[in-house]
Design a protein. Sequence first.
Length: 348
Amino acid sequence: MANVEPFIGSRAQKSFIATLVVQGIVVLVMISLTFHFVAEHVDFDRSNYKTLPCYLALFIFAELFEVVMAFDALRMRNVIQLAGILLFHMALIVFAAIQVHETKTALVTLPDCDGTVSFINCGGAHTLFRKVEPFLIVTPCIIGASWLVMMWFVRTLYAEFGWAIFRVVGANPAMKTMYQFYQVMICLLKFDFFCFTGVTIQLLIVVLSDSSAEFGLTIAAIPVVLFLLIGAGLAVQREIKWLMTVSLILMLAAETYFVYKLVRFYQPSSEQQYITTRATLTVFTIVAFILLLTTFAIGLRCFSDFDKGLYKSKTHDAPLFRRKASATAHPGEYKDEVDQTETRLSIE
């Protein structure tokens, strides 16, 4: 069997993480400069300007989340999660591009004049929007360029990890398929967490006041959805049928919540409070809805695989780099394990 590189031990692994970290730093610098220049001239307590602090908060969270997910994917030799990170990074490109429109909507109320009339509210030359526009445009360009680099390294990592991604469960193709669905389910739950948190951050910071009934509903939804995500992950790993049933029911309830929020964004009675962030909120909510619906479907498939012999692989399997590290302490045991793994791989 080919030598298995230790965690962050290969050039591809190091380069993948370095690409993420460097682009994250550059992107956050661009967004921070935008925030700084706007903060010098506007009051963020006004609802139409809250899109900027929300934009900064979301990108800080997104970049940290992406780095954590990348380390986790490399630690677990999980190419499925690496592919998910590529899709997530593509979504960040779209989000960053939308922010150009969102920021213009928030700042520019007089599009046909220049800075001699109003530095803050005009959209022509020598205005606040024109000052921050280059930083807003550069951001999706940087994310897009880093995405191409990341895609190259993911291809290399796929070749490096090989079938280790699926944590070899034996020669039975059915078992391997079941384990792949389990991996997809866990990966989806992690991205569900980000999307729900992204929607919640925007609702709490940008559009809702603590005296509104909708604020209370949003706060109440937080522990419910967190219980849903944690419970679903635990249920699918430990094959707890009652908890999996509850989690699937809560997923349907959460889908109803997302539909309700989408309607509120465009209702005449409430659309005004969402106007400066409606595009971003709509994208986040639709993506969250689709992700959770996909999670529900995969969850049903995983539920049907309970009690079919996969429990031990899901609860006791360890990343291959740990096995390699343990070779020094237990060389004989490690050799037997490698021999067994080689046999199973050759059968497949």
